[in-house]
Design a protein around this ligand. Structure first.
Ligand SMILES: *Cc1c(COP(=O)(O)O)cnc(C)c1O
Length: 396
């Protein structure tokens, strides 16, 4: 069978089911006002929560760095060969200090960090208990590890405890560790994991905890330290934090933060860390500059909170169904994929970019518009979006 014979029917079927995906072409800088597929739109789809992706201070730091003789664009090799440059090292130290963790380790992407952690740490006889709505990279990481993966219903503490009990029972004879895996802020729903209750279970059952706070870092907490700070908690010694640097940080890449032993184990064992070229040192310089901005972004975080308030109040007033979320990720549930696409298209015609999210990214019948707010938006942008959403209700 040729590639054509195998995949042509599959592609056709996806089109018929309104599930076909394509890549909108961006011809302006990342911002709240941009040009996408030739349209000038107000952008409500990016994860650039603090507006750092095109920040002049970061650009300036990069231009300056390129003019010195000690900075190259490319890293030249993997970290364990000759690719671990001073800016990488400084970025790791800076991230660890900020989070009050012993160490941090940079990865080229969050996807790779999540593969790395679970593949390196988990062994046969270990059990991974993951929230049903975890990011795809966490699920892929769990499946590629030697451990057994079990899912628990979203944010359901009772169900998690039942699975912990069962797992302890199974492990009585054969031994092994349990790792609980959750997003901090859930990427498609915007709600926050009940980390206080999860931490209590972690202690009670002596489990380990992996929290991927890709959408919490920079956004939540007084210092932007994410979900733990937001909830008044401190990660303990068997907690592994994953953060990405392509969202609120406006750069790219990711980090794992935790104990020295955790980080050293990853350096020794994690294949997605070892067998890949280190990110460009220039990106690490951008990360360091972004970190300074994130630490001082109190005003932006306050603005974001006001935007979230404005959007939720307005959307509920016109009768939209929102997922209960205190974060910049605001999901409008429209159920059918074709409805979500129709709304997204109608918004485009009115000058707004809001992505329709469909299965398999979200469960069946849960197709939605995923609105993301940025501190860079202004009050008028959000008022206009709400008017455009009202038009969708009337016209569709
Ligand atoms: C975006 C995201 C990732 C992937 O990070 P990349 O750096 O984009 O590969 C992982 N986990 C969560 C929860 C995310 O939202």
């Amino acid at each position: 069978m040729s590639i054509q014979q195998r995949f042509q029917p599959l592609l056709m079927q996806r089109k018929q089911e309104d599930l076909y995906r394509s890549r909108p072409l961006v011809t302006s800088a990342q911002s709240t006002h941009m040009q996408i597929n030739g349209l000038n739109v107000i952008n409500f789809s990016s994860n650039d929560y603090l507006g750092l992706a095109n920040h002049p201070q970061i650009k300036h730091a990069l231009i300056q760095a390129l003019q010195t003789k000690d900075t190259s664009y490319g890293s030249g090799a993997a970290h364990l060969i000759t690719g671990h440059h001073l800016p990488h090292h400084l970025a790791e130290d800076g991230l660890a200090d900020w989070l009050e963790a012993e160490r941090a380790l940079l990865f080229s992407t969050g996807y790779m960090a999540n593969l790395a952690v679970q593949q390196a740490l988990m062994q046969a006889n270990d059990i991974i208990l993951a929230d049903k709505l975890c990011h795809a990279s966490l699920i892929d990481g769990a499946q590629q590890s030697a451990a057994t993966l079990k899912r628990y219903p979203h944010n359901d503490i009772k169900a998690l405890e039942r699975r912990l009990k069962q797992s302890k029972e199974t492990q009585k004879e054969r031994g092994g560790e349990i790792l609980i895996v959750t997003d901090g802020v859930f990427s498609m729903d915007g709600d926050i994991a009940p980390l206080k209750e999860i931490q209590a279970l972690v202690h009670q059952y002596q489990a380990w905890l992996l929290v991927d706070d890709a959408h919490g870092f920079g956004v939540l907490g007084q210092q932007g330290r994410g979900c733990f700070e937001h909830l008044g908690l401190t990660p303990d010694e068997n907690t592994i934090l994953v953060g990405t640097l392509g969202k609120a940080f406006g750069c790219s890449g990711a980090f794992v933060a935790g104990s020295t032993t955790l980080i050293e184990a990853l350096i020794q064992l994690a294949r997605p860390y070892i067998y890949t070229t280190a990110m460009p040192p220039l990106n690490a310089i951008a990360i360091l500059e972004a970190l300074k901005l994130v630490q001082n972004a109190h005003a932006s975080r306050e603005t974001l909170t006001q935007h979230i308030q404005q959007f939720r109040t307005g959307a509920l007033q016109i009768g939209l169904t929102l997922i209960d979320s205190p974060t910049p990720i605001q999901a409008i549930i429209l159920k059918q994929s074709h409805t979500a696409i129709a709304w997204s298209e109608h918004l485009k015609q009115q000058g707004f970019w809001a992505t329709a999210i469909r299965p398999p990214t979200v469960p069946k019948n849960q197709a939605r518009l995923r609105i993301t707010l940025s501190a860079q938006h202004n009050t008028k942008d959000i008022t206009q979006l709400l008017n455009a959403l009202k038009n969708c209700q009337i016209d569709l």
